[in-house]
Design a binder for this molecule. Structure first.
Ligand code: DUC
Ligand code: ZN
Ligand code: ZN
Length: 485
């Protein structure tokens, strides 16, 4: 058999197995796995290296305007390059509807933006305006295009769609085999805190964390799960930042609820003391949900180990430390007006590898599951996330022994800071392939703008629900139901 590329002599790691061997690649796909394969137009020596499925970044904001009109610093070129340097072969950023926009226009806009990507991509669709046309025509059309995940917000006045809106989206998603993702924080609790803090003139960055208490996340996760159960729809909780929130996810999973979740490196690595620094330095660490405390970090790590989370995702939301980003509303602006988010798409996997695998908290196989395989399964990416004949040759070859100090230059994004600056991390993705093409090799970019392709995703089969939805209202179980999905 002829191969375009053979990756030779590496330790092959998937979510379930570790073995020594070779991988044969032809036409962008893995076509053979064996102890030893001859030939190959190109042979990559992977001796002493780990050969793993390329990371799938399932939570990133790329070329996305916030609801207040701030464009993130990374477009699909810089964002995808940064992702690739961080060991990712594909990603699923968000395509965000702003109120009044049609979903068709949103997708057309992001198709143009994403055409620059160097890695494969899909979008999660953020829905902020669930009108009848959106629910009945536009979302089903998006779904047919292979966009099989919708994200909703329970907070932010310009984004949140209320409990009724969520029930509508969950219902449509369920009817089509899509999954609903949710940013779960209680909007009114946060607004009430903001008002009180402003009245007391407490507006420095450190009050950002105080304004968004753990209870706001825990209450919203609990409510989101109840809403999803009522209509028997699967639900994915993004960026879980609290021990209480993670405990709800764990409990519900054990009870059989179709619930999925992620946490992010910043909640495992950083604490809210970062917000409390001289001047406006703390603005670099303003993200929502906010950073928590050391005890929460430990609890979240235990949940990573216990399998509470499908993925550890970056929530890359890059706003520069200048007036195009963090200080769009002025340098000494009160915390609610500081742009909300931090970068991390290149740091996600090196962090998880070093603090997870190297420190003995998770196994190599768990690393692969959390970085790639579970995202593929949860979001219907059928040809990625594994090393098997027929899969896309999306592969990351890691040197597990090199130690680096994290620097801004290593992130290869359009940012002017990294929140992980100076962190000593062991393990480096040296070679990254997307559909068989090397895109990063030993610190050098090897690809062309626009090389990435849109990946249509499959309906998500996430198991059966428990049947909370009244049969009379259930178009799945009650064939004659007149309720529109
Ligand atoms: N939620 C995100 O998922 N990212 C950035 C900010 C936010 O609120
Ligand atoms: Zn969010
Ligand atoms: Zn996000």
């Amino acid at each position: 058999m002829e191969f375009d590329t053979v990756i030779h002599g590496g330790t092959l790691v998937t979510a379930s197995e570790t073995s020594k061997g070779d991988i044969g690649i032809r036409d962008g796909r893995i076509v053979a796995l064996a102890e030893s394969l001859p030939g190959g137009e190109r042979r990559i020596d992977a001796g002493g290296r780990l050969v793993m499925p390329g990371g799938i970044e399932a939570h990133a904001h790329i070329a996305q305007e916030s609801s207040s009109g701030i464009m993130g610093a990374d477009d699909y070129l810089s964002g995808s390059i940064s992702a690739a340097f961080g060991g990712n072969s594909s990603f699923i950023p968000f395509a965000a509807q702003h109120r009044g926009q049609s979903i068709d226009d949103v997708i057309a806009t992001y198709d143009q933006r994403a055409a620059r990507s160097v890695i494969d991509y899909s979008y999660h669709l953020i829905v902020t305006d669930p009108t009848a046309e959106v629910l009945e025509d536009q979302l089903p059309r998006a779904f047919k295009r292979g966009i099989t995940s919708f994200k909703v917000f329970m907070t932010y006045d310009m984004m949140n769609i209320g409990d009724g809106g969520m029930l509508d989206i969950l219902t449509v998603a369920r009817a089509h085999g899509a999954i609903t993702m949710v940013h779960a924080e209680n909007n009114d609790m946060i607004k009430w805190m903001n008002k009180r803090l402003a009245a007391a003139d407490l507006t420095e960055p450190k009050y950002h964390a105080i304004s968004r208490p753990e209870l706001a996340e825990e209450e919203a996760i609990n409510r989101a799960v109840s809403l999803a159960k009522l209509v028997d729809a699967p639900l994915f909780i993004v960026h879980v930042s609290t021990a209480g929130g993670a405990a709800i996810v764990q409990r519900e999973k054990l009870a059989g609820t179709r619930l999925f979740a992620e946490t992010c490196p910043q909640y495992l690595a950083l604490t809210r003391e970062k917000l409390d620094q001289p001047g406006m330095e703390g603005a670099k660490f303003v993200c929502s949900p906010p950073l928590r405390d050391a005890e929460t970090q430990e609890a979240l790590w235990r949940h990573v180990q216990a399998g509470t989370f499908e993925s550890v995702s970056s929530d890359h939301a890059p706003y520069r430390f200048d007036d195009t980003g963090k200080f769009m509303n002025g340098r000494d602006t009160p915390y609610p007006k500081i742009a909300n988010g931090m970068p991390g798409i290149a740091a996600r996997l090196p962090y998880l590898f070093s603090e997870g695998v190297v420190k003995g908290r998770i196994s190599l196989n768990e690393f692969v599951a959390l970085s790639s395989t579970n995202a593929a399964k949860t979001f219907g990416v059928t040809k990625k996330g594994g090393l098997a004949p027929g899969m896309d040759a999306d592969i990351a070859i890691w040197n597990p022994e090199v130690t680096r100090n994290t620097t801004l230059a290593d992130q290869h994004d359009n940012m002017d800071y990294t929140p992980f600056e100076g962190m000593e991390l062991t393990g480096v993705p040296e070679i990254v392939l997307n559909r068989g093409a090397i895109i990063v090799e030993h610190g050098e970019l090897k690809c062309q703008e626009g090389q990435g392709r849109f990946v249509p995703r499959a309906p998500v089969d996430l198991g059966k629900g428990r049947g909370y939805l009244a049969k009379e209202l259930d178009p799945v179980r009650n064939f004659g139901a007149r309720i529109a999905p």
